[in-house]
Ligand binder design. Structure first.
Ligand SMILES: [Zn+2]
Length: 304
Protein backbone atom coordinates (compact mmCIF):
# COMPACT_ATOMS: atom_id res chain seq x y z
CA UNK A 1 0.00 0.00 0.00
CA UNK A 2 1.11 3.55 -0.64
CA UNK A 3 1.19 5.53 2.57
CA UNK A 4 0.97 9.20 3.40
CA UNK A 5 4.28 10.89 4.12
CA UNK A 6 5.62 13.56 6.40
CA UNK A 7 9.04 14.86 7.44
CA UNK A 8 11.35 12.81 9.63
CA UNK A 9 12.20 15.79 11.85
CA UNK A 10 11.94 19.56 12.17
CA UNK A 11 14.30 21.60 10.02
CA UNK A 12 14.86 25.34 9.43
CA UNK A 13 16.25 27.51 6.66
CA UNK A 14 16.64 31.22 6.03
CA UNK A 15 16.48 33.31 2.87
CA UNK A 16 15.03 36.51 1.46
CA UNK A 17 11.53 37.16 0.18
CA UNK A 18 11.53 37.85 -3.56
CA UNK A 19 9.13 40.74 -3.26
CA UNK A 20 9.65 42.06 0.27
CA UNK A 21 13.44 41.73 0.10
CA UNK A 22 13.31 40.89 3.81
CA UNK A 23 15.26 38.08 5.42
CA UNK A 24 12.90 35.37 6.62
CA UNK A 25 13.28 32.05 8.39
CA UNK A 26 11.06 29.05 7.75
CA UNK A 27 10.80 25.90 9.84
CA UNK A 28 9.33 22.73 8.36
CA UNK A 29 7.73 20.38 10.91
CA UNK A 30 6.20 16.90 10.73
CA UNK A 31 2.38 16.73 10.88
CA UNK A 32 -0.06 13.90 11.57
CA UNK A 33 -1.78 11.88 8.84
CA UNK A 34 -4.68 13.57 6.99
CA UNK A 35 -3.71 17.01 8.32
CA UNK A 36 -2.37 18.25 4.96
CA UNK A 37 0.05 21.14 4.45
CA UNK A 38 -0.44 24.09 6.78
CA UNK A 39 1.48 27.38 6.97
CA UNK A 40 1.70 29.12 10.36
CA UNK A 41 2.50 32.82 10.70
CA UNK A 42 4.24 32.65 14.06
CA UNK A 43 4.94 36.39 14.08
CA UNK A 44 1.20 36.88 14.73
CA UNK A 45 -0.18 36.67 18.27
CA UNK A 46 -1.74 34.19 18.46
CA UNK A 47 -0.07 32.37 15.56
CA UNK A 48 -2.32 32.29 12.46
CA UNK A 49 -2.72 29.05 10.55
CA UNK A 50 -3.12 29.30 6.78
CA UNK A 51 -4.11 26.02 5.22
CA UNK A 52 -2.58 25.22 1.84
CA UNK A 53 -5.88 25.08 -0.05
CA UNK A 54 -6.90 26.48 -3.41
CA UNK A 55 -9.93 28.18 -1.81
CA UNK A 56 -7.52 30.22 0.34
CA UNK A 57 -5.76 31.78 -2.68
CA UNK A 58 -6.23 35.55 -2.48
CA UNK A 59 -3.65 36.95 -4.91
CA UNK A 60 -1.99 35.53 -8.01
CA UNK A 61 -0.32 38.56 -9.53
CA UNK A 62 3.25 37.90 -8.38
CA UNK A 63 3.22 34.28 -7.42
CA UNK A 64 0.56 32.55 -5.39
CA UNK A 65 -0.58 34.11 -2.10
CA UNK A 66 -2.84 32.30 0.37
CA UNK A 67 -4.67 33.93 3.29
CA UNK A 68 -6.86 33.17 6.27
CA UNK A 69 -8.37 35.83 8.58
CA UNK A 70 -6.60 38.53 6.52
CA UNK A 71 -3.17 37.07 7.29
CA UNK A 72 -1.21 36.04 4.19
CA UNK A 73 1.77 34.11 3.03
CA UNK A 74 3.18 34.87 -0.42
CA UNK A 75 5.10 32.77 -2.97
CA UNK A 76 4.06 29.34 -1.68
CA UNK A 77 4.26 27.58 -5.05
CA UNK A 78 7.91 26.47 -5.19
CA UNK A 79 7.86 24.91 -1.72
CA UNK A 80 4.54 23.19 -2.53
CA UNK A 81 6.02 21.87 -5.78
CA UNK A 82 8.88 20.32 -3.79
CA UNK A 83 6.36 18.67 -1.44
CA UNK A 84 4.35 17.39 -4.41
CA UNK A 85 7.47 16.06 -6.12
CA UNK A 86 8.62 14.22 -2.98
CA UNK A 87 5.13 13.00 -2.08
CA UNK A 88 4.93 14.90 1.24
CA UNK A 89 1.25 14.90 2.27
CA UNK A 90 1.43 16.43 5.73
CA UNK A 91 3.64 19.21 7.14
CA UNK A 92 3.62 22.49 9.03
CA UNK A 93 5.60 25.44 7.72
CA UNK A 94 6.27 27.99 10.43
CA UNK A 95 7.24 31.42 9.13
CA UNK A 96 8.08 34.76 10.78
CA UNK A 97 6.91 36.97 7.92
CA UNK A 98 4.57 37.27 4.93
CA UNK A 99 6.66 35.56 2.24
CA UNK A 100 8.34 32.18 1.70
CA UNK A 101 12.04 32.79 0.90
CA UNK A 102 12.85 32.61 -2.80
CA UNK A 103 16.11 30.67 -2.24
CA UNK A 104 17.65 30.13 -5.72
CA UNK A 105 14.35 30.75 -7.53
CA UNK A 106 13.64 27.04 -7.99
CA UNK A 107 12.45 24.17 -5.78
CA UNK A 108 15.97 22.71 -5.40
CA UNK A 109 16.70 24.19 -1.95
CA UNK A 110 13.38 22.93 -0.58
CA UNK A 111 14.08 19.46 -1.98
CA UNK A 112 17.43 19.48 -0.18
CA UNK A 113 15.78 20.66 3.03
CA UNK A 114 13.20 17.84 2.95
CA UNK A 115 15.92 15.31 2.15
CA UNK A 116 17.93 16.56 5.17
CA UNK A 117 14.85 16.26 7.40
CA UNK A 118 14.18 12.78 6.03
CA UNK A 119 10.82 11.42 4.91
CA UNK A 120 8.72 9.03 6.97
CA UNK A 121 5.74 7.00 5.88
CA UNK A 122 2.61 7.18 7.99
CA UNK A 123 0.05 4.42 8.51
CA UNK A 124 -2.79 6.14 6.62
CA UNK A 125 -3.20 5.36 2.90
CA UNK A 126 -2.15 8.04 0.41
CA UNK A 127 -5.00 9.86 -1.32
CA UNK A 128 -5.18 11.23 -4.84
CA UNK A 129 -7.48 13.58 -6.69
CA UNK A 130 -8.80 12.00 -9.86
CA UNK A 131 -10.00 14.16 -12.75
CA UNK A 132 -13.15 12.64 -14.25
CA UNK A 133 -14.14 15.24 -16.87
CA UNK A 134 -12.51 17.78 -19.15
CA UNK A 135 -12.49 21.20 -17.50
CA UNK A 136 -11.04 24.27 -19.21
CA UNK A 137 -10.63 27.97 -18.47
CA UNK A 138 -9.72 30.42 -21.21
CA UNK A 139 -8.86 34.11 -21.24
CA UNK A 140 -8.07 35.69 -24.59
CA UNK A 141 -5.70 33.17 -26.17
CA UNK A 142 -4.48 31.80 -22.82
CA UNK A 143 -5.89 28.62 -21.37
CA UNK A 144 -5.48 25.96 -18.71
CA UNK A 145 -7.29 22.63 -18.68
CA UNK A 146 -7.69 19.31 -16.89
CA UNK A 147 -8.37 16.04 -18.66
CA UNK A 148 -8.85 12.51 -17.35
CA UNK A 149 -5.60 10.51 -17.63
CA UNK A 150 -4.24 7.32 -16.09
CA UNK A 151 -1.26 8.92 -14.37
CA UNK A 152 -0.07 12.48 -13.77
CA UNK A 153 1.12 14.48 -16.76
CA UNK A 154 1.59 18.22 -17.29
CA UNK A 155 2.20 19.97 -20.60
CA UNK A 156 2.94 23.63 -21.05
CA UNK A 157 3.61 26.06 -23.87
CA UNK A 158 4.82 29.63 -23.44
CA UNK A 159 5.11 32.39 -26.01
CA UNK A 160 7.25 35.49 -25.74
CA UNK A 161 8.49 37.71 -28.52
CA UNK A 162 12.10 37.52 -27.51
CA UNK A 163 15.21 36.46 -29.46
CA UNK A 164 16.37 34.13 -26.64
CA UNK A 165 13.05 32.31 -26.37
CA UNK A 166 12.94 30.45 -29.63
CA UNK A 167 10.06 28.36 -30.84
CA UNK A 168 11.66 25.01 -30.18
CA UNK A 169 12.27 25.86 -26.52
CA UNK A 170 8.78 26.91 -25.55
CA UNK A 171 7.05 23.57 -25.00
CA UNK A 172 7.61 20.89 -22.40
CA UNK A 173 5.69 17.86 -21.25
CA UNK A 174 6.37 16.26 -17.91
CA UNK A 175 5.01 12.83 -17.03
CA UNK A 176 5.54 11.61 -13.45
CA UNK A 177 5.71 8.02 -14.70
CA UNK A 178 8.62 8.44 -17.09
CA UNK A 179 10.56 11.52 -15.91
CA UNK A 180 11.71 12.55 -12.46
CA UNK A 181 10.69 15.78 -10.80
CA UNK A 182 14.07 16.09 -9.09
CA UNK A 183 16.11 15.91 -12.29
CA UNK A 184 13.84 17.54 -14.85
CA UNK A 185 11.78 20.17 -13.02
CA UNK A 186 12.95 21.00 -9.48
CA UNK A 187 16.03 23.02 -10.57
CA UNK A 188 14.23 25.25 -13.10
CA UNK A 189 14.34 28.86 -11.86
CA UNK A 190 11.81 31.63 -11.96
CA UNK A 191 12.37 34.30 -14.63
CA UNK A 192 11.59 37.92 -15.33
CA UNK A 193 12.15 40.64 -17.88
CA UNK A 194 14.34 43.59 -16.90
CA UNK A 195 11.74 46.13 -18.06
CA UNK A 196 9.05 44.56 -15.87
CA UNK A 197 11.40 44.26 -12.90
CA UNK A 198 12.11 47.99 -13.06
CA UNK A 199 8.36 48.68 -12.89
CA UNK A 200 7.95 46.23 -10.00
CA UNK A 201 10.82 47.85 -8.10
CA UNK A 202 9.25 51.28 -8.59
CA UNK A 203 6.22 49.79 -6.81
CA UNK A 204 8.32 48.34 -3.98
CA UNK A 205 8.10 44.80 -5.36
CA UNK A 206 10.77 42.32 -6.48
CA UNK A 207 13.03 44.03 -3.92
CA UNK A 208 14.76 40.73 -3.09
CA UNK A 209 15.16 39.73 -6.74
CA UNK A 210 18.66 39.29 -8.14
CA UNK A 211 20.59 37.21 -10.63
CA UNK A 212 21.14 34.77 -7.73
CA UNK A 213 17.45 33.87 -7.57
CA UNK A 214 15.98 34.51 -11.02
CA UNK A 215 16.74 34.32 -14.71
CA UNK A 216 16.66 37.90 -15.94
CA UNK A 217 16.27 38.85 -19.61
CA UNK A 218 16.76 42.25 -21.19
CA UNK A 219 15.47 42.94 -24.72
CA UNK A 220 18.15 40.80 -26.34
CA UNK A 221 19.76 38.33 -24.00
CA UNK A 222 19.89 36.49 -20.69
CA UNK A 223 21.83 38.54 -18.14
CA UNK A 224 22.86 35.63 -15.87
CA UNK A 225 26.54 34.95 -16.53
CA UNK A 226 26.22 31.19 -16.17
CA UNK A 227 23.28 31.08 -18.58
CA UNK A 228 20.47 28.57 -18.26
CA UNK A 229 20.34 25.25 -16.39
CA UNK A 230 18.27 23.77 -19.23
CA UNK A 231 17.83 25.11 -22.75
CA UNK A 232 14.09 25.23 -22.01
CA UNK A 233 14.39 26.26 -18.35
CA UNK A 234 11.63 28.90 -18.62
CA UNK A 235 8.87 26.54 -19.66
CA UNK A 236 10.11 23.91 -17.20
CA UNK A 237 9.67 26.51 -14.46
CA UNK A 238 6.09 27.12 -15.60
CA UNK A 239 5.48 23.40 -15.07
CA UNK A 240 7.10 23.66 -11.62
CA UNK A 241 4.73 26.54 -10.81
CA UNK A 242 1.74 24.53 -12.03
CA UNK A 243 2.73 21.48 -9.92
CA UNK A 244 2.93 23.80 -6.87
CA UNK A 245 -0.35 25.58 -7.64
CA UNK A 246 -2.19 22.31 -8.28
CA UNK A 247 -0.90 20.86 -5.01
CA UNK A 248 -3.19 23.39 -3.33
CA UNK A 249 -5.85 20.75 -4.06
CA UNK A 250 -4.19 18.75 -1.28
CA UNK A 251 -3.29 15.69 -3.33
CA UNK A 252 -1.32 14.61 -6.36
CA UNK A 253 -3.57 14.40 -9.43
CA UNK A 254 -4.62 11.39 -11.37
CA UNK A 255 -5.14 13.36 -14.52
CA UNK A 256 -3.61 15.63 -17.11
CA UNK A 257 -2.96 19.38 -17.01
CA UNK A 258 -2.33 21.47 -20.11
CA UNK A 259 -1.35 25.12 -19.97
CA UNK A 260 -0.91 27.63 -22.78
CA UNK A 261 0.51 30.97 -21.64
CA UNK A 262 -1.18 30.21 -18.32
CA UNK A 263 0.01 31.34 -14.90
CA UNK A 264 -0.97 31.39 -11.23
CA UNK A 265 -4.25 33.19 -11.89
CA UNK A 266 -5.59 30.79 -14.53
CA UNK A 267 -4.27 27.79 -12.58
CA UNK A 268 -6.38 28.84 -9.59
CA UNK A 269 -9.44 29.64 -11.73
CA UNK A 270 -9.16 26.18 -13.25
CA UNK A 271 -9.17 24.52 -9.81
CA UNK A 272 -12.18 26.60 -8.73
CA UNK A 273 -14.05 25.64 -11.89
CA UNK A 274 -13.24 21.98 -11.24
CA UNK A 275 -14.45 22.27 -7.62
CA UNK A 276 -17.70 23.84 -8.85
CA UNK A 277 -18.64 20.61 -10.66
CA UNK A 278 -18.67 17.79 -8.13
CA UNK A 279 -19.02 15.19 -10.86
CA UNK A 280 -15.74 16.33 -12.48
CA UNK A 281 -13.42 14.99 -9.76
CA UNK A 282 -13.14 12.67 -6.79
CA UNK A 283 -10.76 11.97 -3.94
CA UNK A 284 -9.51 8.40 -4.17
CA UNK A 285 -7.18 6.06 -2.32
CA UNK A 286 -4.55 3.97 -3.98
CA UNK A 287 -6.71 0.82 -3.67
CA UNK A 288 -9.35 2.48 -5.85
CA UNK A 289 -6.93 3.26 -8.69
CA UNK A 290 -5.10 0.00 -9.24
CA UNK A 291 -5.15 0.58 -12.99
CA UNK A 292 -2.48 3.30 -12.74
CA UNK A 293 0.85 2.19 -14.29
CA UNK A 294 3.26 0.96 -11.60
CA UNK A 295 5.99 3.37 -12.67
CA UNK A 296 3.70 6.21 -11.67
CA UNK A 297 3.71 4.94 -8.07
CA UNK A 298 7.47 4.84 -7.97
CA UNK A 299 7.69 8.39 -9.26
CA UNK A 300 5.02 9.60 -6.88
CA UNK A 301 7.10 8.17 -4.04
CA UNK A 302 10.07 10.17 -5.19
CA UNK A 303 12.24 7.09 -5.62
CA UNK A 304 12.59 7.15 -9.39
ZN1 LIG B 1 7.65 30.23 -9.97
Amino acid sequence: MLHQRTLGKTISAAGVGLHSGEKVEITLRPASADSGICFRRIDCDPAQEIKAHANNVTDTRLGTTISQNNVSVMTVEHLLAAFAGLGIDNAYIDIHGPEIPIMDGSAASFILLVELAGIIEQSAPKKFLRIKKNVKVQEDDKFAEFKPFNGYRLSFKIEFEHPMIQDKLTEFSFDFSTLTFLNEISRARTFGFLKEIETLRANNLALGGSLDNAIVLDDYRILNQDGLRFEDELVRHKILDAIGDLYLMGHILVGEFNGYKSGHELNNKLIRKLYADESAWEEVEESEISDIPISYWTAALGKA
